[in-house]
Write a protein that binds this ligand. Structure first.
Ligand code: ZN
Length: 169
């Protein structure tokens, strides 16, 4: 049996401070993740579902500088071709050379908070440690935090495969 994690109030400064300490991010970084993920919803191309999703990745670049990378869902007339906000953000980050992801934020217009779909969980798993937190904000900025490992238990990842270019396969 599994239980869902608690939903925290986005107006509870003490709770947010506690969350940040747990996730090893600053309260400024948390506020930026919330603000940017929420703002990214406005860039969604979601004419079919009208379900806006914004994402923002808290990253470190090669020099160790903090970088925020946004994304939003991009739908398509051929429905399955559409792409989620999380994969748009990770595609942007990865093709920018970023490999250090500290936290992932996702924001929607519903409540309770929505979680990344199964395909995105696997996509994210490729690039992040299992302990990377995913902060899911609802329409009121209340939030839930889960790690990649919690979202995708017993996951399959790059280390399960032989090194790229290995012979004998
Ligand atoms: Zn998805």
């Amino acid at each position: 049996m599994s239980t869902n994690p608690p939903i925290h109030s986005g107006a509870d400064a003490a709770q947010i401070a506690s969350t940040c300490a747990q996730l090893n991010i600053t309260t400024t970084e948390f506020a930026e993740l919330q603000r940017r993920a929420t703002a990214a919803k406005a860039t969604a191309y979601c004419r079919y579902s009208r379900f806006r999703v914004g994402a923002t990745l808290l990253c470190a670049d090669d020099a160790g500088e903090t970088v925020y990378v946004p994304g939003a869902n991009v739908e398509n007339a051929s429905y399955p071709v559409g792409t989620c906000a999380e994969r748009v953000a990770f595609g942007t980050a990865v093709t920018s050379g970023i490999r250090n992801f500290r936290a992932i934020a996702v924001a929607t217009d519903i409540s309770p908070p929505a979680s990344p779909c199964g395909m995105c969980r696997q996509f994210i798993r490729e690039f992040c440690s299992l302990q990377t937190p995913v902060i899911m904000f609802d329409k009121n900025s209340d939030y839930v935090v889960m790690t990649i490992e919690q979202l995708l238990p017993m996951s399959f990842g790059p280390e399960a495969l032989p090194p790229p270019g290995a012979s004998g396969y």
